[in-house]
Design a protein around this ligand. Structure first.
Ligand SMILES: Cc1cc2nc3c(=O)[nH]c(=O)nc-3n(C[C@H](O)[C@H](O)[C@H](O)COP(=O)(O)OP(=O)(O)OC[C@H]3O[C@@H](n4cnc5c(N)ncnc54)[C@H](O)[C@@H]3O)c2cc1C
Length: 488
């Protein structure tokens, strides 16, 4: 006997699980989260911001302003310690947002609450067993749930991944850091320092009182949490003083371990976020990648749950997101290597800075770090195919409307800009058609100006699934591939 049944159960209500729950709820899927934390409070501040593409996907759901109003817009992108400015990029959000993970999670949790997603707080997902029709999910408080699909958004040490028997190949840590939030009686030496002992930093937290400490450890350590005495000793070794350290509210450790799930799906069990990929926090990619995993998976899973699309649609989740995760692992490994403080690495960094000051490399790396260059391989064709749809201001029969506004309800969209009339009647129950005019230019990050299409088919995640050249060639195939077979 099961205590509850849901179409989808999500293990873990961190940023990834919350975003996925929101996406599923918008698609009217019966979804529940199981989160072992009693409240959304986080012990430490963890992630410090959102990159441009994440802000865009939040804008596509009409919730970007909630984040923008609480954070600080800034040029946060960097590679090899070289700041990467994206203010000349063709996006409304040509910046990043400095905002602590704690706030990000609260805003997402409020949104998910408005969408009436139940969250079982307190118990863990203890175990599960999948069969041909669903998954039995056992909670640590003895309750049992039944779901058609279980998604592990349960972080880097994911129990779902381990119990599903999904390999997690990659690289052991080469470096470890202590991270802490403390008070100090003396004024500390603010800022980031790099020398032969590595990079270490002392930064002011929002309350203006507490200090965020990040210190490289002499020996690579993992697992156990560092103690206050270890933190004090490390501070004295690096700065010659502990600045009167006291009242630690959080002490933890992170490493540059880089691992990625061999598959993001095993039957009715899927992985997203840190459960699918872990790496160094350098470059601030983890939370952003997890939220974008969720936006890629949500609509696909919804269509499979509703029976609109065959289960094979879920294979495109791994096919599209695994390469993105692999690229993040590679760039964070490069960034870790570049952060080493010996003279030869200083020389490599200087060489890289020279490169990054040139326009073309700056644009490429900035687009990569901000997520604005993400391109799913949907075959050859117009440069828009597989890329993010720009947030153009269209002239529609209801007046001017932004593309992202039209995506708020997370439904597929056919924007029809020019002749001929396109018949999508057999998909009209799923795909919204907008007749619009747009007189401005079409410009993509890095690629620059591209030719104006006659029509574009946009997936709920904002990626372009088909580009019209003035005919309907390939349109019905694209509609079937992405949104299921035609209905009479
Ligand atoms: C110091 C530091 C700085 C960082 N800076 C950045 C940054 O600037 N930008 C960025 O993008 N990323 C950054 N990251 C990474 C970011 O914090 C993570 O990538 C992000 O939290 C991943 O989100 P998630 O939801 O996938 O996993 P998590 O945040 O780990 O959430 C998993 C959730 O699952 C719950 N859970 C676990 N097991 C179970 C279970 N069995 N049953 C029920 N619930 C369970 C946990 O309580 C947790 O709430 C940083 C990380 C660190 C450590």
């Amino acid at each position: 006997m099961h205590d509850e049944k849901h179409a989808v159960v999500i293990a873990g209500g961190g940023p990834t699980g919350l975003m996925l729950a929101g996406e599923l709820a918008l698609a009217r899927v019966d979804v529940a989260i199981v989160e072992r934390r009693e409240s959304q409070e986080l012990a430490g501040s963890r992630a410090g911001g959102l990159h441009a593409r994440t802000i865009e996907v939040l804008d596509q759901r009409g919730i970007a302003d909630r984040f923008l109003s609480q954070g600080q817009r800034a040029q946060i992108g960097a590679f090899a310690s070289v700041p990467l400015d994206i203010s000349d990029f063709p996006t409304r959000h040509n910046y990043g947002l400095a905002l602590w993970q704690n706030r990000i999670e609260h805003i997402l949790a409020d949104w998910v609450g408005e969408l009436s997603v139940p969250i079982h707080r307190g118990p863990e997902v203890a175990d599960f067993a999948q069969d041909d029709t669903g998954v039995d999910v056992e909670l640590s408080d003895g309750r049992s749930l039944r779901a058609s699909y279980l998604v592990g958004c349960d972080g880097g040490r994911s129990r779902i991944r381990k119990r599903a028997g999904i390999d997690f190949p990659g690289w052991d840590p080469s470096i470890s850091y202590m991270i802490a939030e403390v008070e100090m009686t003396e004024e500390p030496a603010w800022g980031v320092r790099s020398d032969a002992r590595g990079t270490y930093a002392l930064g002011k937290l929002d309350d203006g009182k507490r200090v965020r400490v990040v210190l490289r450890e002499e020996q690579v350590r993992q697992g156990d949490e560092p103690t206050l005495d270890e933190l004090r000793a490390a501070l004295i070794a690096l700065y010659g003083t502990d600045f009167g350290l006291h009242s630690a509210t959080w002490i933890s450790r992170f490493t540059d371990m880089a691992r990625q799930a061999a598959t993001y799906r095993k039957g009715r069990v899927l992985l997203a976020g840190d459960a699918a990929h872990v790496h160094s926090p350098m470059g601030g990619q983890g939370l952003n990648t997890g939220v974008q995993d969720a936006v890629n998976l949500g609509w696909k899973l919804a269509q499979v749950v509703h029976g609109t699309s065959p289960e094979s649609l879920l294979e495109t989740y791994h096919a599209e997101r695994h390469p993105i995760g692999a690229r993040v692992l590679k760039t964070t490994m490069a960034q870790t290597a570049l952060s080493r403080g010996d003279v030869r690495m200083d020389a490599v960094r200087e060489t890289m800075s020279e490169l990054m000051r040139m326009d073309e490399p700056r644009k490429r790396y900035a687009a990569m770090m901000s997520g604005l260059d993400i391109h799913y391989d949907l075959g050859a064709g117009h440069p828009l195919l597989g890329r993010r749809m720009p947030d153009l201001e269209l002239l529609t029969e209801r007046g001017p409307q932004r593309v992202f506004t039209l995506l708020h309800d997370a439904r597929p969209l056919l924007i029809h800009l020019d002749e001929p009339a396109l018949d999508i009647a057999p998909w009209a129950d799923r795909v919204r058609r907008i007749d619009a005019r747009y007189a401005g230019g079409w410009e993509l990050p890095v690629l620059g100006a591209v030719s104006a299409p006659a029509a574009v088919l946009i997936r709920p995640d904002g990626h372009v699934a088909w580009v019209g050249d003035g005919t309907d060639q390939g349109l019905h195939d694209a509609l079937t591939t992405w949104f299921g077979p035609a209905r009479a």
